[in-house]
Design a protein around this ligand. Structure first.
Ligand code: SAH
Length: 209
């Protein structure tokens, strides 16, 4: 590959397969991470309301840096153990507090204000599908999350409707987001047009500045 440098042609030093940037926006989770990378600053406080395999917690710990902090909830020990190990491998154990508690206790256990609260609903892939998020507790946690937000902060929710109960929970999340007062919050739904109707989608509620 040839490039122009100061009017002269020379071989481009960047390998051809590395020349294009890509956000890799396949599905709700990469889109969620894109918004978080744009929003979070070193030193922020963040919440992972459903740590699951720990991938979101790991990203949050990366983004807050040394001076920030992450509170991560899950009700399953396997999820907390996976998250603990991931943080340890990255050398970021100090950046996060793992809470063996339901996210409906958010207001009680997390000192606000926080820049973002992340939910990844449904069940942990490869584990007991009966242990999944539930409409009632999700709604309680979402209200507390919105209350806890710093101005400009956001609640991001990856919603899965393909399993039993998932469509009811998804509808409740949409209704909750849509009912937030427009003077104080901006509520969005994002879904991938060229995926099936049951593909995960992303709901984002931003607190106005
Ligand atoms: N559906 C996602 C993964 C979701 S993981 C995917 O396919 O990738 C959701 C996590 O939420 C699970 O680990 C589960 O244990 C946890 N969870 C269920 N109820 C919860 C609650 N009330 N508070 C916090 N975490 C909860």
């Amino acid at each position: 590959m040839w490039v122009q440098v100061n009017g002269k042609e020379q071989v481009c030093p960047v390998p051809e397969n590395k020349q294009l940037n890509s956000l890799g926006l396949r599905g709700a989770v990469p889109l969620c991470h894109h918004f978080l990378r744009a929003l979070v600053r070193p030193g922020d406080r963040l919440v992972d309301a459903t740590c699951g395999n720990g991938y979101d917690t790991l990203l949050l710990a990366e983004l807050v840096g040394e001076g920030g902090h992450v509170w991560a909830f899950d009700v399953q020990e396997t999820a907390l153990a996976a998250t603990r190990e991931r943080l340890f491998q990255a050398g970021w154990s100090e950046r996060a507090t793992l809470l063996a508690a339901g996210h409906e206790r958010l207001a009680e256990l997390v000192p606000g204000p926080v820049r973002a609260v992340v939910f990844n609903l449904g069940f942990l892939p490869g584990s007991d599908q009966a242990c999944r998020t539930a409409t009632d507790t999700t709604l309680v946690a979402l209200s507390q999350a919105a209350e806890l937000l710093a101005p400009g902060g956001m609640v991001v929710i990856a919603v899965y409707t393909g399993h039993a109960g998932g469509d009811t929970e998804g509808a409740a999340v949409l209704e909750w987001a849509a009912s937030q007062p427009a003077k104080q919050f901006n509520s969005w739904r994002h879904y991938q047009l060229n995926r099936s109707a049951t593909a995960p989608f992303l709901v984002l509620v931003e607190r106005a500045k």
